[in-house]
Design a protein around this ligand. Structure first.
Ligand code: SAM
Length: 279
């Protein structure tokens, strides 16, 4: 079958399933199975090339059309300069978290040899990006879910092997570093318990522990605000992601905890999504 026809078949199935990125997803699945980059696949399409056996591709098309995340099918997610291993049991890193990571990097770069802690590591996206983009940073990361931790460990081992990664709880991890850390960064779960996301990829495939955090979604943000005050040196920075509608509540809870220079930062769509504050 012609590659162009195969890609069109996936695109059509994904459109019918309500998937917005239908062409890209179709191309990425075909490229993944054939062991090609998307660019290489597009070159082969232009050359009029075909495949003999499309059964593996058709199987992945069917799973994507049933709204399994593309990243679970390819086993990879892209984040800043990184390619991270992901799959069932771990949260797929999102583009908006690249902003949070930049804020943490900017804060860390103001110190010589900063210690940076990621309190909700997941795939390791934030901490690994910091470790690889700021060579002077000493990175620590904690993840609570055993399923997710397999990915945390594997990604750190492959991409940032000098970091310290533990299975534990953000509320009390790294007691030995109290008062010695320059930056605490976290993309915690922050969805209110009753607010189930509309996208099946999220609602059915991201782990609940990565999504929900109490009635207003702010349970873990409250915990991290207090824990970061214990971990940080005076003048150290906390940086956390939150939902846009939580902006005012997050700013107020940080001010109530005694943080100064509390600033909420907007994403590329102009929505407040990440807060920073100084101890
Ligand atoms: C929204 S995901 C973020 C993952 C990753 N940092 C990212 O940005 O892609 C939140 C992560 O926090 C973990 N988590 C939830 N509660 C936690 C806790 N109390 N302590 C440590 N990790 C926790 C979840 O398992 C999940 O991996």
């Amino acid at each position: 079958m012609l590659l162009s026809d195969l890609i069109a078949r996936g695109k059509q199935a994904f459109e019918a399933a309500g998937i917005e990125s239908s062409l890209v997803d179709s191309e990425l699945i075909v490229a993944h199975v054939l062991g090609l980059s998307r660019g290489e696949l597009q070159s082969k399409v232009i050359m009029g090339e075909s495949v003999k056996d499309s059964s593996q591709i058709d199987e992945l098309f069917a799973r994507r059309a049933a709204r399994e995340p593309l990243q679970h099918l390819t086993g990879e997610a892209y984040f800043r300069n990184l390619t991270l291993k992901v799959g069932k049991g771990v949260f797929v890193p999102r583009p908006e978290t690249e902003l949070l990571t930049q804020l943490a990097l900017d804060a860390a770069a103001k110190f010589d040899n900063p210690s940076v802690i990621d309190l909700c590591a997941g795939s390791g996206a934030i901490g690994i990006a910091i470790a690889t983009e700021l060579a002077s940073a000493k990175v620590f990361a904690v993840e609570k879910s055993e399923d997710a931790f397999g990915y945390t460990e594997a990604n750190y081992a492959a991409l940032a092997p000098h970091a310290t990664v533990i299975l534990g709880d953000a509320s009390d991890a790294f007691q030995e570093l109290n008062g010695q850390v320059q930056v605490v960064v976290s993309n915690p779960p922050y969805i209110p318990a009753e607010m189930v996301p509309i996208y099946p990829e999220v609602a059915l495939h991201d782990p609940a522990l990565a999504l929900y955090s109490g009635d207003d979604g702010l349970d873990l943000i409250r915990v991290i605000s207090k824990r970061a005050l214990e971990l940080l040196v005076p003048g150290g920075t906390v940086a956390m992601e939150h939902a846009d509608m939580q902006s005012e509540a997050v700013v107020q809870l940080l001010l109530a905890d005694g943080w100064r220079e509390v600033v909420d930062h907007k994403d590329f769509n102009g929505r407040p999504r990440a807060v920073t504050a100084i101890k």
